[in-house]
Design a protein around this ligand. Structure first.
Ligand SMILES: C[S@@+](CC[C@H](N)C(=O)[O-])C[C@H]1O[C@@H](n2cnc3c(N)ncnc32)[C@H](O)[C@@H]1O
Ligand code: SF4
Length: 411
């Protein structure tokens, strides 16, 4: 199953085009500085690409932190933060902080505290900000829970994935049901009010929706997480409405402003990222810039950070039109995009020009732009997989010539 749909991921520009675009001679530090000066609000993303062990299904994982050293890695993160701070005008605010990976809790209580303190002491952080962190249930103990809460972390995204120990074993995830119960108990005792669960369905072959519900609902009722992200493994073509409905019917409906689905609308927000091979997503006057940390190995990352080597990053920027295409390709399906935001940033004229070839399938309801599934009728061929069909549509009608050429070369 793995790999079957991965090449149809709805990203734009595709990876090979990114590498061509990144061959710019401009210095990425200078580009970032310019954007930081012009924009006002940023979110911080801190990447910790290390895990206790490797789950069979996951592509995000890295080695154990022992290969790098928790103290050494936090030293590098602090140095990267200091580079940003040098360019960060006093008026700029940090709207939210998100630590992900990998497994950020692998850094341990002492190093997490040092890192989080550095962030709170040096950035002007918005009042009542959300400081989120991803964690595996089996990496949480009483001490970590207390440290996180005392340092200012107020949202935990707990990677529960499944409440079926047999399935967890099959995907080589060293997790027991009791780990989830303990993690939730210790986090709540420590004062963390917001706990969200990530759940994966299609985790093992032939899992039905009924199997999934049977494994899950009883525990959701007992543990009452604030939100749940139900994620289909690898492919994003069908959405588990039934699961969402059952969850709501059981009066565990999350708050309106919370992230019911994790894969939410993120575009047009400035995300400054730090960490080994992390990417920043920045917007300036409707133009998208991606800045990537590009070292090929941990030792290269460490060496470049320690020696202030500015070649640690590369970047590319898209024109306004290509930036709009990026948003549409990624979000016509889900999560949907607010039309007012698009008009404000790109102008209505450019929007209708870009969607012209598929205009008859575009609708705007309650200010959200979406595409009707009838687009299937103009595809030269279609498959049973909606994600692949959608890819074909965007490939033919929205991709730039360069992006199409690169993809065709790979096929
Ligand atoms: C990158 S992981 C980090 C969280 C943490 N390491 C954990 O496992 O709990 C974030 C989330 O990505 C999701 N994820 C991982 N592999 C995935 C895959 N192949 N398809 C879909 N989602 C996946 C999981 O639900 C996971 O909780
Ligand atoms: S799911 Fe989480 S713990 Fe498992 S390999 Fe991926 S990042 Fe690591």
């Amino acid at each position: 199953m793995l790999g079957e749909t991965s090449k149809w991921h709805l990203n734009y520009p595709p990876k090979n085009v990114e590498s061509i675009l990144s061959k710019s001679s401009e210095n990425s530090f200078q580009v970032r500085k310019k954007i930081i000066k012009q924009a006002h609000d940023f979110s911080l993303y801190i990447h910790v690409p290390f895990c206790i062990s490797k789950c069979a299904y996951c592509t995000y994982n890295g080695p154990h932190i022992q290969t790098f050293g928790a103290k050494e890695y936090v030293d590098c993160l602090i140095q990267e933060i200091n580079w940003i701070l040098k360019d960060f005008p006093k008026k700029n605010k940090v709207l939210s902080v998100y630590m992900g990976g990998g497994t950020p809790t692998i850094l341990g209580a002492k190093e997490l505290k040092r890192l989080i303190n550095h962030i709170f002491t040096n950035f002007k952080i918005k009042k009542n900000t959300t400081f989120s962190l991803e964690a595996t249930p089996y990496s949480i103990d009483k001490k970590i829970a207390k440290t996180l809460s005392e340092s200012g972390v107020n949202r935990i995204y707990l990677g529960v994935q499944s409440f079926n120990e047999e399935k967890l074993k099959q995907v080589r995830r060293p997790q027991k049901i009791k780990d989830v119960y303990n993690a939730v108990k210790w986090l709540r005792q420590a004062g963390i009010q917001f706990i969200s669960f990530d759940l994966l369905y299609d985790l093992v072959p032939n899992e039905t929706e009924d199997d999934f519900l049977k494994d899950t609902l009883v525990h959701l009722r007992k543990l009452k997480p604030n939100t749940v992200s139900v994620i289909p493994l690898q492919h994003y073509d069908r959405y588990p409405e039934k699961i969402a409905q059952s969850y709501e019917l059981n009066k565990l409906k999350p708050k309106r402003d919370s992230e019911y689905w994790r894969y939410k609308w993120l575009e047009l927000k400035n995300i400054l990222a730090i960490g080994y091979r992390a990417s920043s997503y920045l917007w300036n006057n409707g133009q998208y810039t991606k800045i990537r940390s590009q070292p090929k190995s941990h030792s290269e990352y460490k060496q470049k950070v320690q020696t202030n080597n500015q070649e640690i990053y590369n970047h590319y920027s898209l024109s306004k039109k290509e930036s709009l295409k990026r948003i549409l390709i990624r979000h016509l399906h889900f999560p949907k995009i607010p039309f007012t935001k698009i008009k404000e940033t790109f102008g209505e004229k450019l929007f209708w020009e870009v969607v012209k070839p598929i205009r008859q399938y575009i609708s705007i309801e309650n200010n959200l732009i979406s595409i009707s599934p009838e687009y299937n009728e103009i595809l030269p061929f279609k498959t049973k997989n909606q994600q692949i069909n959608y890819f074909i549509l965007t490939f033919i009608y929205l991709y730039s010539k360069e992006a199409q050429d690169e993809i065709l070369l790979r096929l």
